[in-house]
Ligand binder design. Structure first.
Ligand SMILES: Nc1ncnc2c1ncn2[C@@H]1O[C@H](COP(=O)(O)OP(=O)(O)OP(=O)(O)O)[C@@H](O)[C@H]1O
Ligand SMILES: [Mg+2]
Length: 266
């Protein structure tokens, strides 16, 4: 049965869609997994723009309204089955049906990845409640950290499992909140960190997930490390890194723990 992974935050623009698209593409193309990727940012969907789906005929809105099945609304892009959102939908939809719709197709995939909305309302709750595992995307600044605290609180109140923080858009570490401080504040491990980089703009412009657009970038390598942990596989490290393993980054240690907890049989 496929594991459902929610990529959440209640702050816009932190990189949820970028990470969800790249993780999905990496899991398919570099780990051989079967992936369904869903846009659950119902009021401002844009996953299609990252995955080269410009005018979807069937969308997640149709799936929730019962007018389409998840499978028929999925477009295959870069090997990933993607259910995009409608850019023009205005009627109210019952977003809490997402869990039920996913349950119907769980057996067909290894992982179902949900890209969430940043709105602190039923939209983000829909993604959280439909997920077995949550990752909070944050950036290293105080306004975003306070939003991440709210997201963590919301998930914890519902008894949901938060597997880690993905820290994105690091650009000036000396003048930004450190990974240690983020972990202490949120009491959640940082399992991946990404620097700010202009390849993201280029990848988005060509509508190719960054993990495929520039496979050698530090972003793509970190995404792949995350994929390996989710797939219960060891990271491929160069020899010198294996010899000097006392130099391991915090995120790498956290990923080892993630690998164990994520793949534990309950
Ligand atoms: N590490 C990065 N370096 C530079 N740009 C980035 C990085 N990560 C994401 N971006 C860019 O930041 C913008 C916002 O990213 P994205 O759409 O993934 O955020 P989001 O959290 O999904 O936003 P929303 O909540 O509005 O859906 C995009 O233009 C994306 O290309
Ligand atoms: Mg988004």
């Amino acid at each position: 049965m496929g594991k459902v992974i929610g990529i959440v935050s209640i702050k816009g623009g932190v990189g949820k869609t970028t990470i969800a698209a790249s993780l999905a593409a990496d899991l398919v193309n570099n780990c051989g997994k079967k992936i369904l990727l869903i846009d659950a940012n119902y009021s401002a969907p844009n996953l299609g723009l990252h995955m080269d789906i410009l005018l979807p005929e069937k969308t997640i809105h149709d799936v929730l309204e019962g007018r389409a099945r998840m499978k028929t609304a999925a477009y295959n892009r870069y090997g990933v089955d993607v259910v995009a959102g409608s850019y023009v939908y205005e009627k109210k939809i019952n977003t809490l049906k997402l869990k039920n719709r996913i349950n119907n197709i769980r057996n067909d995939y290894d992982f179902i990845i949900i890209d969430s909305s940043p709105s602190l309302n039923e939209e983000v709750l829909s993604a959280m409640l439909a997920s077995d595992n949550l990752f909070i995307v944050s950036t290293p600044d105080y306004p975003t950290l306070s939003c991440s605290m709210k997201a963590a609180k919301l998930a914890k109140q519902r008894g949901l499992r938060i597997n880690g923080i993905m820290l994105n858009k690091i650009k000036d570490p000396k003048h930004e909140i450190s990974i240690r401080e983020i972990e202490e504040t949120l009491a959640i491990p940082v399992v991946a960190s990404f620097t700010e980089n202009k390849i993201h703009g280029r990848a988005l412009f060509t509508r190719v997930p960054v993990s495929l657009y520039d496979k050698k970038s530090s972003f793509s390598r970190e995404i792949h490390n995350l994929s390996l942990a989710l797939c219960n596989k060891k990271e491929n490290k160069p020899l010198w890194k294996r010899i000097f393993s006392f130099n391991m980054k915090r995120e790498e240690v956290n990923r080892q723990l993630l690998k164990e907890s994520f793949n534990k049989k309950y």
